[in-house]
Design a protein around this ligand. Structure first.
Ligand SMILES: [Zn+2]
Length: 386
Protein backbone atom coordinates (compact mmCIF):
# COMPACT_ATOMS: atom_id res chain seq x y z
CA UNK A 1 0.00 0.00 0.00
CA UNK A 2 1.03 3.61 -0.33
CA UNK A 3 1.48 5.66 2.79
CA UNK A 4 2.06 9.33 3.24
CA UNK A 5 4.71 10.05 5.80
CA UNK A 6 4.79 13.44 7.37
CA UNK A 7 7.98 14.57 9.00
CA UNK A 8 9.55 17.69 10.39
CA UNK A 9 12.90 18.95 9.25
CA UNK A 10 15.35 19.91 11.90
CA UNK A 11 16.33 23.55 11.77
CA UNK A 12 19.74 22.44 10.57
CA UNK A 13 18.27 20.42 7.68
CA UNK A 14 15.83 23.20 6.83
CA UNK A 15 18.70 25.67 6.52
CA UNK A 16 20.72 23.20 4.46
CA UNK A 17 17.89 22.69 1.97
CA UNK A 18 17.22 26.41 1.66
CA UNK A 19 20.90 26.98 0.92
CA UNK A 20 20.90 24.19 -1.69
CA UNK A 21 17.72 25.25 -3.54
CA UNK A 22 17.65 28.99 -2.95
CA UNK A 23 13.91 28.54 -2.22
CA UNK A 24 12.01 28.81 1.03
CA UNK A 25 11.63 25.31 2.55
CA UNK A 26 8.80 24.39 4.90
CA UNK A 27 9.63 22.72 8.18
CA UNK A 28 6.83 20.19 7.71
CA UNK A 29 7.48 17.79 4.83
CA UNK A 30 5.57 14.88 3.37
CA UNK A 31 6.51 11.98 1.18
CA UNK A 32 4.70 9.03 -0.28
CA UNK A 33 6.28 5.65 0.12
CA UNK A 34 5.35 2.06 -0.54
CA UNK A 35 4.70 0.44 2.86
CA UNK A 36 3.81 -3.16 3.60
CA UNK A 37 1.14 -3.54 6.29
CA UNK A 38 3.59 -5.23 8.64
CA UNK A 39 5.98 -2.27 8.35
CA UNK A 40 3.47 0.00 10.01
CA UNK A 41 4.71 -1.28 13.38
CA UNK A 42 7.82 0.78 12.72
CA UNK A 43 5.73 3.93 12.59
CA UNK A 44 3.62 5.79 15.07
CA UNK A 45 0.12 5.74 13.58
CA UNK A 46 -2.30 8.36 14.87
CA UNK A 47 -6.09 7.91 15.13
CA UNK A 48 -6.62 9.73 11.82
CA UNK A 49 -4.30 7.30 10.04
CA UNK A 50 -1.31 9.61 9.95
CA UNK A 51 1.87 7.55 10.06
CA UNK A 52 4.92 9.20 11.60
CA UNK A 53 8.40 7.81 11.61
CA UNK A 54 10.97 9.08 14.07
CA UNK A 55 14.46 7.93 13.21
CA UNK A 56 15.87 9.47 16.33
CA UNK A 57 13.59 7.40 18.55
CA UNK A 58 15.93 5.30 20.60
CA UNK A 59 14.40 1.99 19.46
CA UNK A 60 15.24 2.75 15.79
CA UNK A 61 18.66 4.16 16.46
CA UNK A 62 20.50 0.80 16.89
CA UNK A 63 18.91 -0.53 13.66
CA UNK A 64 19.87 2.55 11.65
CA UNK A 65 23.42 2.47 13.04
CA UNK A 66 23.60 -1.24 12.16
CA UNK A 67 22.43 -0.36 8.64
CA UNK A 68 25.34 2.02 8.28
CA UNK A 69 23.88 5.30 9.39
CA UNK A 70 25.77 7.66 11.61
CA UNK A 71 24.28 9.82 14.33
CA UNK A 72 25.06 12.80 12.09
CA UNK A 73 23.09 11.48 9.12
CA UNK A 74 20.03 10.99 11.31
CA UNK A 75 19.91 14.76 11.74
CA UNK A 76 19.93 15.35 7.99
CA UNK A 77 16.49 14.81 6.45
CA UNK A 78 17.86 14.88 2.91
CA UNK A 79 19.89 11.76 3.50
CA UNK A 80 17.51 9.44 5.22
CA UNK A 81 14.06 10.18 3.95
CA UNK A 82 13.40 7.68 1.15
CA UNK A 83 15.09 4.63 2.69
CA UNK A 84 14.28 4.93 6.32
CA UNK A 85 11.86 2.00 6.57
CA UNK A 86 14.00 -0.32 4.48
CA UNK A 87 17.08 0.64 6.51
CA UNK A 88 15.37 0.08 9.84
CA UNK A 89 14.27 -3.37 8.64
CA UNK A 90 17.70 -4.21 7.30
CA UNK A 91 19.37 -3.00 10.54
CA UNK A 92 16.98 -4.99 12.71
CA UNK A 93 17.74 -8.12 10.68
CA UNK A 94 21.48 -7.54 11.12
CA UNK A 95 21.03 -7.03 14.87
CA UNK A 96 18.86 -10.14 15.16
CA UNK A 97 21.44 -12.22 13.29
CA UNK A 98 24.30 -10.91 15.44
CA UNK A 99 22.31 -11.56 18.60
CA UNK A 100 21.39 -15.10 17.52
CA UNK A 101 25.10 -15.77 16.93
CA UNK A 102 25.93 -14.33 20.34
CA UNK A 103 23.30 -16.52 22.02
CA UNK A 104 24.64 -19.66 20.33
CA UNK A 105 28.18 -18.74 21.43
CA UNK A 106 26.88 -18.02 24.93
CA UNK A 107 25.31 -21.47 25.13
CA UNK A 108 28.62 -23.07 24.11
CA UNK A 109 30.45 -20.88 26.64
CA UNK A 110 28.09 -21.96 29.44
CA UNK A 111 28.50 -25.63 28.56
CA UNK A 112 32.28 -25.24 28.78
CA UNK A 113 32.29 -23.20 32.02
CA UNK A 114 31.15 -25.45 34.89
CA UNK A 115 31.38 -22.68 37.51
CA UNK A 116 28.55 -20.74 35.86
CA UNK A 117 25.21 -21.28 37.54
CA UNK A 118 21.87 -19.56 37.97
CA UNK A 119 20.52 -19.45 41.49
CA UNK A 120 17.10 -18.06 40.90
CA UNK A 121 15.22 -19.91 38.16
CA UNK A 122 12.47 -17.31 38.06
CA UNK A 123 14.03 -14.05 37.01
CA UNK A 124 16.22 -13.14 34.12
CA UNK A 125 19.78 -12.42 35.00
CA UNK A 126 22.70 -11.35 32.87
CA UNK A 127 25.48 -13.77 32.15
CA UNK A 128 28.83 -12.08 31.72
CA UNK A 129 30.32 -13.57 28.56
CA UNK A 130 33.92 -12.54 27.72
CA UNK A 131 34.34 -10.70 24.43
CA UNK A 132 36.71 -13.46 23.34
CA UNK A 133 33.93 -16.07 23.66
CA UNK A 134 31.62 -14.29 21.22
CA UNK A 135 31.92 -13.70 17.46
CA UNK A 136 33.72 -10.45 16.70
CA UNK A 137 31.01 -8.06 15.59
CA UNK A 138 30.76 -4.29 16.04
CA UNK A 139 26.99 -4.69 15.66
CA UNK A 140 26.75 -6.47 19.04
CA UNK A 141 27.69 -3.20 20.70
CA UNK A 142 24.54 -1.63 19.22
CA UNK A 143 22.14 -4.34 20.36
CA UNK A 144 19.74 -2.96 22.96
CA UNK A 145 19.52 -6.32 24.77
CA UNK A 146 23.28 -6.57 25.28
CA UNK A 147 25.14 -4.76 28.00
CA UNK A 148 28.71 -3.89 27.20
CA UNK A 149 31.10 -4.22 30.11
CA UNK A 150 34.77 -3.47 29.89
CA UNK A 151 35.73 -7.05 29.05
CA UNK A 152 32.45 -8.90 28.58
CA UNK A 153 28.93 -8.76 27.21
CA UNK A 154 25.93 -9.17 29.49
CA UNK A 155 23.57 -11.68 27.89
CA UNK A 156 20.10 -12.21 29.32
CA UNK A 157 19.56 -15.72 30.62
CA UNK A 158 16.03 -15.66 29.18
CA UNK A 159 17.53 -15.51 25.68
CA UNK A 160 19.37 -18.83 26.00
CA UNK A 161 17.56 -22.06 25.29
CA UNK A 162 15.67 -24.00 27.95
CA UNK A 163 18.21 -26.84 28.09
CA UNK A 164 21.01 -24.41 28.90
CA UNK A 165 18.86 -22.66 31.50
CA UNK A 166 18.19 -26.02 33.14
CA UNK A 167 21.90 -26.78 33.13
CA UNK A 168 22.56 -23.52 35.00
CA UNK A 169 19.85 -24.30 37.55
CA UNK A 170 21.04 -27.86 38.06
CA UNK A 171 24.56 -26.55 38.74
CA UNK A 172 23.18 -24.03 41.23
CA UNK A 173 21.32 -26.80 43.05
CA UNK A 174 24.41 -28.98 43.16
CA UNK A 175 26.48 -26.05 44.44
CA UNK A 176 23.91 -25.33 47.12
CA UNK A 177 23.77 -28.98 48.18
CA UNK A 178 27.55 -29.06 48.44
CA UNK A 179 27.56 -25.78 50.39
CA UNK A 180 24.90 -27.09 52.79
CA UNK A 181 26.92 -30.25 53.38
CA UNK A 182 30.24 -28.48 53.95
CA UNK A 183 28.84 -25.68 56.08
CA UNK A 184 26.66 -28.23 57.95
CA UNK A 185 29.76 -30.23 58.85
CA UNK A 186 31.46 -27.08 60.12
CA UNK A 187 28.37 -26.25 62.19
CA UNK A 188 28.27 -29.80 63.65
CA UNK A 189 31.95 -29.50 64.60
CA UNK A 190 31.35 -26.13 66.25
CA UNK A 191 28.35 -27.39 68.22
CA UNK A 192 30.20 -30.52 69.35
CA UNK A 193 33.29 -28.59 70.50
CA UNK A 194 32.13 -26.86 73.67
CA UNK A 195 35.34 -24.83 73.79
CA UNK A 196 34.74 -23.30 70.34
CA UNK A 197 33.76 -19.64 70.25
CA UNK A 198 32.71 -17.09 67.65
CA UNK A 199 31.78 -13.46 68.11
CA UNK A 200 29.48 -12.08 65.39
CA UNK A 201 28.83 -8.40 66.00
CA UNK A 202 25.04 -8.59 65.75
CA UNK A 203 22.28 -11.07 64.95
CA UNK A 204 22.15 -11.25 61.16
CA UNK A 205 25.88 -10.68 60.73
CA UNK A 206 27.81 -13.48 59.08
CA UNK A 207 29.06 -15.98 61.67
CA UNK A 208 32.54 -17.33 61.07
CA UNK A 209 33.33 -20.76 62.49
CA UNK A 210 36.05 -23.37 62.15
CA UNK A 211 38.78 -22.63 59.64
CA UNK A 212 37.10 -19.44 58.46
CA UNK A 213 33.78 -20.94 57.33
CA UNK A 214 31.26 -18.10 56.97
CA UNK A 215 27.62 -18.87 57.79
CA UNK A 216 25.33 -16.16 56.46
CA UNK A 217 21.91 -15.24 57.70
CA UNK A 218 20.27 -17.11 54.82
CA UNK A 219 21.72 -20.44 55.93
CA UNK A 220 18.88 -22.66 57.22
CA UNK A 221 20.83 -23.41 60.43
CA UNK A 222 21.87 -19.81 61.11
CA UNK A 223 19.35 -19.35 63.93
CA UNK A 224 20.49 -22.45 65.87
CA UNK A 225 24.13 -21.52 65.41
CA UNK A 226 23.51 -17.97 66.59
CA UNK A 227 21.64 -19.15 69.69
CA UNK A 228 24.42 -21.53 70.72
CA UNK A 229 27.24 -19.07 69.99
CA UNK A 230 25.48 -16.28 71.89
CA UNK A 231 24.74 -18.54 74.87
CA UNK A 232 28.40 -19.62 75.08
CA UNK A 233 29.54 -16.00 74.95
CA UNK A 234 27.02 -15.02 77.64
CA UNK A 235 28.23 -17.89 79.87
CA UNK A 236 31.85 -16.76 79.37
CA UNK A 237 30.90 -13.21 80.33
CA UNK A 238 29.07 -14.39 83.46
CA UNK A 239 32.00 -16.61 84.49
CA UNK A 240 34.39 -13.71 83.96
CA UNK A 241 32.24 -11.45 86.14
CA UNK A 242 32.14 -14.09 88.88
CA UNK A 243 35.92 -14.52 88.76
CA UNK A 244 36.47 -10.77 88.88
CA UNK A 245 34.07 -10.42 91.80
CA UNK A 246 35.89 -13.21 93.66
CA UNK A 247 39.24 -11.54 92.99
CA UNK A 248 37.89 -8.23 94.23
CA UNK A 249 36.52 -9.93 97.35
CA UNK A 250 39.97 -11.40 98.07
CA UNK A 251 41.49 -7.93 97.84
CA UNK A 252 38.82 -6.45 100.06
CA UNK A 253 39.28 -9.23 102.64
CA UNK A 254 43.04 -8.75 102.59
CA UNK A 255 42.69 -5.00 103.16
CA UNK A 256 40.20 -5.55 106.02
CA UNK A 257 42.52 -8.03 107.70
CA UNK A 258 45.59 -5.84 107.22
CA UNK A 259 43.91 -2.79 108.73
CA UNK A 260 42.63 -4.82 111.68
CA UNK A 261 46.13 -6.13 112.32
CA UNK A 262 48.42 -3.23 111.40
CA UNK A 263 46.31 -0.07 111.36
CA UNK A 264 46.07 2.37 114.26
CA UNK A 265 42.72 3.31 115.81
CA UNK A 266 42.23 6.32 113.54
CA UNK A 267 42.95 4.33 110.35
CA UNK A 268 40.56 1.61 111.52
CA UNK A 269 37.86 4.22 112.14
CA UNK A 270 38.38 5.87 108.70
CA UNK A 271 38.16 2.46 107.09
CA UNK A 272 35.00 1.64 109.04
CA UNK A 273 33.51 4.95 107.85
CA UNK A 274 34.36 3.87 104.27
CA UNK A 275 36.34 7.05 103.79
CA UNK A 276 39.76 5.46 103.30
CA UNK A 277 41.03 5.63 99.75
CA UNK A 278 42.25 2.31 98.38
CA UNK A 279 45.34 4.04 96.98
CA UNK A 280 46.28 5.18 100.48
CA UNK A 281 45.91 1.80 102.11
CA UNK A 282 47.81 0.11 99.28
CA UNK A 283 50.67 2.59 99.79
CA UNK A 284 50.71 1.67 103.51
CA UNK A 285 50.73 -2.07 102.70
CA UNK A 286 53.57 -1.56 100.22
CA UNK A 287 55.55 0.50 102.71
CA UNK A 288 55.28 -2.32 105.24
CA UNK A 289 56.11 -5.01 102.66
CA UNK A 290 59.16 -3.29 101.20
CA UNK A 291 60.34 -2.13 104.60
CA UNK A 292 63.68 -0.31 104.39
CA UNK A 293 63.81 -0.26 100.63
CA UNK A 294 62.48 3.17 99.72
CA UNK A 295 61.20 4.00 96.28
CA UNK A 296 63.18 6.37 94.11
CA UNK A 297 61.67 8.54 91.35
CA UNK A 298 62.23 7.68 87.70
CA UNK A 299 65.72 8.85 86.69
CA UNK A 300 65.68 12.14 84.72
CA UNK A 301 66.32 11.66 81.00
CA UNK A 302 66.32 13.88 77.95
CA UNK A 303 65.53 13.09 74.32
CA UNK A 304 68.87 14.26 72.96
CA UNK A 305 70.61 11.21 71.52
CA UNK A 306 74.02 12.90 71.91
CA UNK A 307 73.56 13.19 75.69
CA UNK A 308 75.23 10.41 77.70
CA UNK A 309 72.29 10.16 80.15
CA UNK A 310 70.94 6.61 80.18
CA UNK A 311 68.47 4.21 81.81
CA UNK A 312 68.61 0.75 80.25
CA UNK A 313 67.95 -2.80 81.40
CA UNK A 314 71.01 -4.97 82.05
CA UNK A 315 71.43 -8.74 82.39
CA UNK A 316 74.26 -8.77 84.94
CA UNK A 317 75.47 -6.71 87.90
CA UNK A 318 78.91 -5.28 88.81
CA UNK A 319 80.46 -7.08 91.79
CA UNK A 320 80.27 -4.05 94.06
CA UNK A 321 76.50 -3.79 93.51
CA UNK A 322 75.65 -7.48 93.88
CA UNK A 323 75.66 -7.56 97.74
CA UNK A 324 73.00 -4.82 97.84
CA UNK A 325 70.72 -6.94 95.68
CA UNK A 326 71.47 -10.10 97.66
CA UNK A 327 70.42 -8.34 100.85
CA UNK A 328 67.08 -7.34 99.28
CA UNK A 329 66.50 -10.85 97.99
CA UNK A 330 67.04 -12.33 101.44
CA UNK A 331 64.92 -9.73 103.19
CA UNK A 332 61.99 -10.07 100.77
CA UNK A 333 61.31 -13.73 99.92
CA UNK A 334 59.67 -14.18 96.52
CA UNK A 335 60.97 -10.83 95.22
CA UNK A 336 61.57 -10.46 91.50
CA UNK A 337 63.70 -7.75 89.90
CA UNK A 338 64.80 -6.20 86.64
CA UNK A 339 68.07 -4.27 86.82
CA UNK A 340 69.06 -1.07 85.08
CA UNK A 341 72.21 0.93 84.61
CA UNK A 342 71.48 4.63 85.00
CA UNK A 343 73.03 8.04 84.48
CA UNK A 344 70.78 10.94 85.42
CA UNK A 345 70.45 13.74 82.91
CA UNK A 346 71.77 17.05 84.24
CA UNK A 347 70.41 19.25 81.46
CA UNK A 348 67.17 19.93 83.27
CA UNK A 349 64.19 19.97 80.96
CA UNK A 350 65.06 20.01 77.33
CA UNK A 351 64.52 23.72 76.76
CA UNK A 352 66.51 24.89 79.79
CA UNK A 353 69.17 22.30 79.08
CA UNK A 354 69.76 23.68 75.61
CA UNK A 355 73.25 25.14 75.44
CA UNK A 356 74.29 23.52 78.74
CA UNK A 357 78.03 23.31 78.43
CA UNK A 358 79.09 21.27 81.45
CA UNK A 359 79.01 17.49 81.88
CA UNK A 360 75.41 16.65 80.96
CA UNK A 361 74.99 13.33 82.81
CA UNK A 362 75.63 12.32 86.42
CA UNK A 363 77.67 9.35 87.64
CA UNK A 364 76.69 5.76 86.92
CA UNK A 365 74.46 3.95 89.42
CA UNK A 366 72.23 0.87 89.36
CA UNK A 367 68.54 0.36 90.06
CA UNK A 368 66.20 -2.58 90.50
CA UNK A 369 62.52 -2.61 89.52
CA UNK A 370 61.11 -4.86 92.23
CA UNK A 371 57.91 -6.87 92.01
CA UNK A 372 56.52 -8.42 95.17
CA UNK A 373 53.33 -10.44 95.54
CA UNK A 374 51.59 -9.27 98.73
CA UNK A 375 48.44 -11.32 99.29
CA UNK A 376 46.29 -10.70 96.18
CA UNK A 377 48.26 -7.57 95.25
CA UNK A 378 51.25 -7.30 92.99
CA UNK A 379 53.38 -4.43 94.31
CA UNK A 380 56.11 -2.67 92.36
CA UNK A 381 58.77 -0.16 93.18
CA UNK A 382 62.10 1.09 91.87
CA UNK A 383 65.02 1.11 94.33
CA UNK A 384 68.64 2.20 94.09
CA UNK A 385 71.23 -0.54 94.51
CA UNK A 386 74.34 1.63 94.67
ZN1 LIG B 1 70.34 13.86 78.90
Amino acid sequence: MQATITYLLTEQAQRAQMAATGQPVARKQTMTVEVAAEDLVLCTVADDGTATIEPLRSDHRPALLAAGWSDDSMLSATTYAPDVIADIKRGNALLAGAYAGAIAATERYIAATPALSMESPDHSYRIAVPFTALPKSPILHLHPRIENKWDSYGIYSTAIDETTQQLLRARAQAQRAEWLMESGAAIDTFLADLAARTHPSYKGATITIGANVPIGERHPRYGDLWTEAASRNAADEAAKNVAEAAKEQLKQDYIDAWIAKSGDAELQQQHADQLLCRKTVLALIAKEAFGDYAAIPDPPRCRNSDCPCTDGFIECLPRKVYPAWKAIEQALPGIEAKFSKVRDCLRGDEENGYGYDGETAGPVYYTADLTLQVGPFQMERKVKLG
